[in-house]
Design a binder for this molecule. Structure first.
Ligand code: UDP
Length: 243
C-alpha cells in the first residue's frame, strides 16, 4: 500500500515486506532507486522541485524517522513501522550472502567504508563485497569512480554522502552504473564501522533516537529546527485527527 504525504507516495510496508520488495528489484537486474525519506527531505521537497523529482523517481520510499510515521498517521494512513537506512542496509546485507548479491559501499570519511565492510564481512562471512570508496572524491575523480563501480557490477550500492547529496548522486549515475539497486544510507557506515554509536535499543523503541543524536551531536540542531516547520505543514494540511 502507498501513503500519499505532502505530494510523495510512501510505501507503507513493514521491514519484512520491504526487504522482499527490494529483493525483487535487485533480482530484476535493472537499476533502481530506494529512498528512505525523513522529515527534512520531505520538507525540502516542498520548496525545491529537484528534490521532489527525486522522490517521484524513486522505486520504493520507506518512512525513515518517527516524524514521517507520525505525519502518515495524522494524514489518516497508518504506516507499520519506521524503516531507517541503517536497519534496511543491515537486513539487505544479511540477505546478500545467500542470494549471492555483490555489495558496494560508497561514502563516509576515508577509511570508514572499509572499516564498515570489514565489520560486515565478520558478521556475514559469505558476503560478496564488490568494493568500497570514501565519499570525499573531487569532481574530476567522479567519472573514473563511476566507471570502476560499473565494471564491478554490484547488485546493491549503498551510498552514504548525506541527504540529499546521496540521492542526487544516485540520480545522476544509476543508469550508467546499470545493474545496481542504489540506496542512500546517510551516516550508516559511521554506525556500522563503530565510529558513531547508535542510540540504545530501548531509546529507539520509545522513538527518541532523534533526541539521542541531537544530544550527542548538538550541531544537528540546525537541521532538526526544520521539524516544527514540518509538523506545522502536516497539521495545516491534514488537521489534528488521530487514526
Ligand atoms: N559524507 C561524505 N561525503 C560528503 C559529505 C558527507 O561521504 O561530501 C558522509 C559523512 O562522512 C557521513 C555521511 O555522509 O558519514 C552523512 O551522515 P549524516 O548522519 O549527516 O547523514 P544523514 O543524517 O544526512 O542521512
Amino acid at each position: 500500500m502507498k501513503v500519499s504525504l505532502l505530494g510523495v507516495e510512501i510505501d507503507a510496508l513493514g521491514m519484512e515486506e520491504t526487504v522482499e520488495r527490494v529483493a525483487g528489484l535487485i533480482n530484476s537486474g535493472r537499476p533502481h532507486r530506494i529512498l528512505t525519506i525523513n522529515p527534512e527531505f520531505l520538507y525540502q521537497a516542498q520548496f525545491e522541485e529537484r528534490i521532489m523529482k527525486l522522490a517521484q523517481k524513486a522505486d520504493l520510499i520507506t518512512p525513515d524517522g518517527i516524524g514521517i510515521v507520525w505525519a502518515c498517521r495524522l494524514a489518516g494512513f497508518p504506516v507499520k513501522e519506521r524503516i531507517t537506512g541503517t536497519d534496511l542496509m543491515l537486513r539487505l546485507v544479511e540477505r546478500a550472502s545467500p542470494e549471492g548479491w555483490r555489495v558496494y559501499l560508497l561514502g563516509g570519511a576515508p577509511g570508514v567504508a572499509e572499516e564498515a565492510a570489514k565489520k560486515l564481512q565478520l558478521q556475514y562471512p559469505g558476503l560478496n563485497l564488490a568494493g568500497t570508496h570514501h565519499g570525499y572524491f573531487k569532481d574530476n575523480e567522479e567519472e573514473l569512480l563511476v566507471k570502476k563501480i560499473k565494471e564491478l557490477k554490484p547488485h546493491l550500492l549503498f551510498v552514504a554522502l548525506g541527504a540529499p547529496k546521496q540521492e542526487l548522486w544516485i540520480d545522476q549515475h544509476i543508469q550508467e552504473i546499470g545493474t545496481a539497486t542504489a540506496i542512500g544510507v546517510g551516516g550508516s557506515f559511521d554506525v556500522v564501522s563503530g565510529r558513531v554509536e547508535r542510540a540504545p535499543r530501548w531509546v529507539r523503541r520509545i522513538n527518541l533516537e532523534w533526541l539521542y543524536r541531537l544530544l550527542k551531536e548538538p550541531s544537528r540542531l540546525r537541521r532538526q529546527a526544520i521539524l516544527p516547520l514540518f509538523a506545522w505543514l502536516v497539521i495545516r494540511k491534514y488537521g489534528l485527527r488521530i487514526s
